[in-house]
Design a protein around this ligand. Structure first.
Ligand SMILES: Cc1ncc(COP(=O)(O)O)c(C=O)c1O
Length: 446
């Protein structure tokens, strides 16, 4: 096996830097850049930059290339479909990959009830459309979302996002009819308890006794939207009973539960859907990222009774559910099933957890290791007692990783978490190499 990573220039190398300089002149800085490197090619879990450095990718382009980069079968599918039909627009003329994907998605999502699916281009668009479906089908206009959540950058999705800086800075006014309640972020429980389950109970109690009494009449709330594990918020997995209690509360008030699986879906947490860890069947689900191995595609899957009477023309778009993207998604689902990727992800999760727990026991700045399956993050703190966030150390660790050829991502309300998004198909040797680089970087800055 070729040496991976293989760092032959400082990063960014001269060609990477020249491209980044051009980007700085041509692209608004709002399109942020985490890693100062320009990529030319990719395969499996390896990225090759324009200077010829090979880097280990523990980002998967934010959880997108979960099967690895440029998988041969995926490339063939894209090329075959592109040779047959690239576009007709689903509103102009029907085509088979869209309909077959709708069928597959309704089959592989939780809930034995009849469902329908709608395809779009991005996670944000899926969130927009889930809300449109709820508002039109239930007639209820208000939506409850969680603090520290991320649902996207289009206006409704952004409104629903529970983190101000950087997403919402200067972008007011937002969409009316959105309310927020704290998420049970148990490491920093808003209700002051150190007990994870108690934190979950307090979060439900707060909705019932505070939000529904002082902020909004539950009879006007169409949906509660939540990520089953908060992604951008720092991989915060809620207490075990929280989502079942939330669903129960929703049912009591006739409120729909929107499960935003954009980041958690397609095996990322060691189950096909993160919500399966909690035994909850949501009314609507949004999904994107890993759905089509890097092609822009997203979907809303929802109960048939919510979808069947949606007014013709009020959903969709020119590119939503493009034939090439839909064919690719069908191939992704086929590979996940055939190669038992979900089982592999669960095993990967155990290995990763063991190593990160070891890091936690050795290195003081790691305040907490958390997440589900292989979707794991480490939150960095100045000291474990005060839990004061330490984004400087997490950034320094990430920089050191990149210097040594490992790409990682940050997350969290305080930008002090390092999250790991390796391909679910990563080989042991690459995993070990990457973790070795990560440990050395933590050790250097601990
Ligand atoms: C949970 C969740 N919802 C929605 C989105 C928005 O997806 P996109 O960036 O494809 O619009 C994201 C993106 O990170 C996400 O993590």
């Amino acid at each position: 096996m070729a040496k991976v990573p293989n760092v032959v220039t400082p990063i960014p190398g001269p060609k990477s830097q020249a491209l980044i300089d051009q980007r700085s002149e041509l692209v608004p800085p709002g399109v942020y850049l985490v890693q100062p490197v320009s990529i030319a090619a990719s395969k499996g879990c390896i990225l090759t930059d324009v200077d010829g450095n090979t880097l280990l990718d523990f980002t998967s382009g934010i959880g997108v290339t979960s099967l690895g980069h440029c998988v041969d079968e995926i490339v063939e599918t894209i090329s075959d479909q592109a040779g047959k039909l690239i576009h007709s627009c689903i509103h102009v003329a029907n085509y088979e990959p869209y309909v077959t994907l709708a069928k597959r998605l309704t089959e592989i999502t939780p809930g034995g009830f009849k469902k329908r699916a709608l395809m779009l281009n991005s996670g944000s668009e899926a969130v927009e459309n889930a809300v449109k479906i709820v508002r039109q089908s239930t007639g209820r206009k208000n939506i409850l979302s969680f603090e520290n959540s991320f649902h996207g950058r289009t206006y409704m999705a952004l409104t629903l996002t529970g983190k101000w800086d950087p997403y919402k800075v200067g972008l007011e006014p937002f969409v009316p009819g959105v309310y927020f309640t704290p998420f049970p972020y148990s490491y920093r429980c808003p209700w002051g308890t150190d007990d994870k389950e108690e934190c979950g109970k307090a979060a439900i109690h707060h909705i019932e006794k505070n939000i529904f009494k002082t902020q909004v009449d539950p009879g006007t709330v169409g949906a509660v939207i939540t990520e089953p594990v908060q992604g951008e918020g720092g991989f915060i997995d809620p207490p075990k009973d929280f989502l079942p209690m939330l669903k129960e509360l929703c049912e009591e008030h006739g409120i729909m539960l929107i499960d935003d699986e954009v980041q958690t879906g397609f095996g990322r947490t060691g189950k096909m859907w993160a919500i399966e860890h909690y035994g909850v069947e949501p009314d609507l689900m949004t999904m994107a990222k890993a759905i089509a191995s890097g092609l822009p595609l997203s979907a809303v899957v929802a109960r048939d009774d919510l979808m069947k009477d949606i007014y013709p023309g009020s959903l969709g778009g020119t590119f939503g559910g493009n034939p090439v993207a839909c064919s690719t998604a069908l191939k992704v689902i086929e590979i996940i099933k055939r190669e038992k990727i979900v089982d592999k992800a669960a095993k990967l999760g155990k290995k990763l957890r063991k190593r990160l727990d070891e890091f936690h026991s050795k290195y003081e700045p790691i305040g907490e290791v958390r997440g589900l399956g292989p979707m794991l993050a480490m939150e960095f703190v100045k000291d474990r007692k005060s839990k004061k966030p330490d984004p400087e150390t997490s950034s320094a660790v990430m920089k050191e990783c990149l210097k040594n050829g490992l790409m990682t991502l940050k997350a969290g309300l305080y930008n002090n978490a390092i999250r790991l998004h390796p391909p679910l198909t990563i080989e042991d040797e690459h995993l070990e190499t990457g973790l070795g680089i990560l440990e050395k970087a933590i050790k250097k800055h601990a």
